[in-house]
Design a protein around this ligand. Structure first.
Ligand code: GLU
Length: 428
């Protein structure tokens, strides 16, 4: 039976790289009807913090990476590591140095077989010794990891490339303990777009930051799955069940996977569009709050559901409608508003709209189209300046729907404000 684990150290938030490691283990367990075990490697007393643990667990839950066993805490398993150390001491393979226990590595060439990288040959004579128990009585990473992977009966160890250099040390420990090592699969590092290591410099690295940036967990999961794995055809947009069905370690890349937020944004937009409107309304209102009139909010959601890539985009669009102040960009004012004839045109629009008794998109459209004809204009000559006037943006959803959602009063108020901006003498 496949048994895999995710073994985070609670010394920081769950970042893109560790979430991807957790995901690949979880996918492998789900694809193989195996078990996914969560083990918290908290033996570094100074750096391990409860806030990080909470953050890691909540990000895993948000992504939907449910574990079948655990969480186990290494800090609560010290007796087990000490008894294994004792075994190696008794066999004469380790020695004591004060409180510390040190293992002497056999100077020999060993072969590691990795499911992603194939055969890797390493010379163990350069290792010398491995610390098993540190002088503060805590087990060192390589030792605790091996003992736990034995005790928890791991069949596979799937982790980041940065642990390849630990693998021969760990295999030396398995050999000394007379236990068959699990199979190893080291997955490629995630790189920033300039091929450097992904780091804080490149903006958000914690999963929780992406949640705040308005990404859906299913889109995040879809994107993380594609970092170092591909289903084999050109498919990118996939739901979790499809990913599970198609996931295999054979299709994991050897080389670094590049993190590209534009692609994540695109995928997120696709996942948003895929939601039915009721689900979208629920998710959107939990993101922006539910202080809006439900009828109005539903209409707004319908209009913007297919137009936003993240929930933050959605919130920005919503703000344009709900805020009292509209912000105009200088360039737009110059290009669309401070033009010959715009002032009197907007004034006609305002007068005409004021007369509409039922302010619906349909009535507004009839009215505006008639006005365009009367003034002898092309549609865009009127609609572009009007859009900038009422939204402060040169792109929006359909102008008639936008005006309906904005309502008559706000529309008129905004046009009046713009009239004032247009007549404002330069330099003020
Ligand atoms: N705690 C280690 C880490 O966070 C686990 C490495 C492993 O999976 O063996 O990198």
């Amino acid at each position: 039976m496949v048994r895999v684990r995710f073994a985070p150290s609670p010394t920081g938030n769950l970042h893109i790289g560790s979430a991807r490691t957790a995901l690949f283990n979880w996918l492998y367990a789900r694809a193989q009807s195996g078990r996914f075990i969560l083990r918290v490697e908290d033996t570094d007393k100074n750096r391990s913090k409860d806030v990080y643990l909470k953050e890691i667990l909540s990000s895993l839950k948000w992504l939907g990476l449910s574990w079948d066993e655990g969480p186990f805490f290494q800090s609560k398993r010290l007796d087990i590591y000490l008894s294994y150390a004792d075994r190696l001491l008794k066999q004469g393979l380790a020695y004591k140095d004060g409180e510390a226990v040190i293992f002497k590595v056999k100077p020999e060439k060993v072969k590691i077989y990795d499911l992603v990288h194939g055969e890797i040959e390493v010379d163990n004579s350069i290792i010398g010794e491995i610390v098993l128990i540190k002088s503060d009585g805590m087990p060192a990473y390589n030792f605790a990891c091996v003992v736990d992977d034995i005790e928890m009966r791991m069949s596979h160890v799937i982790r980041g490339d940065d642990h390849i250099s630990n693998t021969n040390k760990q295999i030396a420990l398995y050999n000394a303990l007379g236990v068959k090592a699990p199979k190893f699969a080291h997955i490629p590092l995630i790189l920033a777009s300039d091929k450097s290591r992904l780091s804080k410099r490149f903006g958000a690295v914690a999963i929780s930051e992406y949640r705040e940036k308005g990404y859906l967990p299913e889109a995040m999961l879809n994107y993380l799955a594609l970092l170092g794995w591909a289903p084999g055809d050109n498919r990118e947009f996939m739901g979790v069940n499809e990913i599970i069905k198609r996931f295999s370690l054979k299709r994991v890349n050897k080389h670094g996977a590049e993190f590209n937020e534009d692609k994540l944004r695109w995928l997120n937009g696709e996942h948003i569009r895929k939601l039915d409107i009721t689900a979208f309304i629920a998710i959107a209102s939990s993101f922006v709050g539910d202080s809006h009139d439900p009828e109005w909010f539903r209409k707004f959601c319908k209009l913007y559901h297919g137009r936003v890539k993240t929930l933050v985009d959605f919130g920005d669009e919503l703000n344009i409608f709900t805020s009292e102040e509209v912000h105009y960009r200088k360039e737009d004012v110059q290009e669309f508003l401070k033009r010959e004839g715009v002032l009197s045109m907007l004034n006609s629009v305002k007068k005409s709209l004021e007369k509409i008794s039922e302010f619906t998109a349909e009535n507004i459209e009839t009215d505006i189209r008639a006005l365009i004809k009367k003034l002898g204009l092309k549609g865009g000559d009127l609609i572009h300046p009007l859009r900038v006037a009422v939204t402060g943006k040169s792109v929006s959803a359909g102008i008639f729907e936008v005006l309906e959602l904005l309502g008559k009063e706000k529309t008129v108020k905004r046009i009046e404000k713009v009239e004032w901006i247009i007549t404002e003498p330069p330099g003020t």
